[in-house]
Design a binder for this molecule. Structure first.
Ligand code: COA
Length: 148
């Protein structure tokens, strides 16, 4: 038996594992992890404190990368620039923290939106198998914004 660090090839193993009875715990741990990422996660609210939108991101272990995990603007508040302001807040954090790049996954419908914010499609550091899996099975695109 040996213990080694996680590798990119482990994605499929983790993805195919039967995690039961863990799903609820995994959801909770994800949110707790998000709470630890306060410097790079943001909430939009109105003057009364009513929730309007959220951007949840996490900073990777070596500090170079940020992963934008969720961007959601409340249905009634869309098209008012809130998504753009949440993204701009993340950019400001990335610049002042010296982060090199922000990564995200998105569907085809939002590629244009992220391109307008300076993101470009990239599968760097992934295996070809994982790139194909994301594109054909998960139907998501991997985008990156480079800062340095
Ligand atoms: C995508 C989303 C976050 C955008 O937030 P928003 O606050 O409505 O966006 P903004 O008001 O900042 O939009 C700014 C511009 O992006 C454009 N835009 C909005 N959604 C777009 C989309 N899906 N594709 C392309 N352009 C889009 C707007 O038309 C606007 O253009 P303009 O400045 O030329 O008028 C929001 O629509 C949302 O929460 N959608 C559901 C969840 C989702 O899809 N999240 C992204 C998952 S990857």
């Amino acid at each position: 038996m040996n213990i080694r660090n996680l590798r990119v090839e482990d994605f499929f193993l983790l993805n195919e594992l039967d995690w039961s009875p863990l799903p609820k715990e995994r959801d909770s741990i994800y949110l707790l992890m998000a709470l630890e990422q306060q410097p790079c996660s943001f909430v939009a609210q109105d003057d009364e404190g009513t929730f309007l939108g959220v951007l949840l991101a996490s900073r990777g272990a070596n500090g170079d990368s940020i992963y934008l995990n969720h961007l959601l603007v409340h249905q009634n508040a869309r098209g008012l620039g809130l998504g753009s302001r949440l993204m701009a807040a993340l950019d400001d954090y990335a610049v002042q923290a010296g982060v090199a790049q922000i990564w995200l996954l998105c569907e085809s419908e939002t590629i244009d939106y992220y391109q307008s914010k300076g993101y470009a499609e990239s599968y760097k550091y992934l295996t070809q198998e994982l790139e194909q899996y994301l594109l054909t099975k998960k139907r998501v695109h991997r985008m990156v914004k480079i800062f340095k």
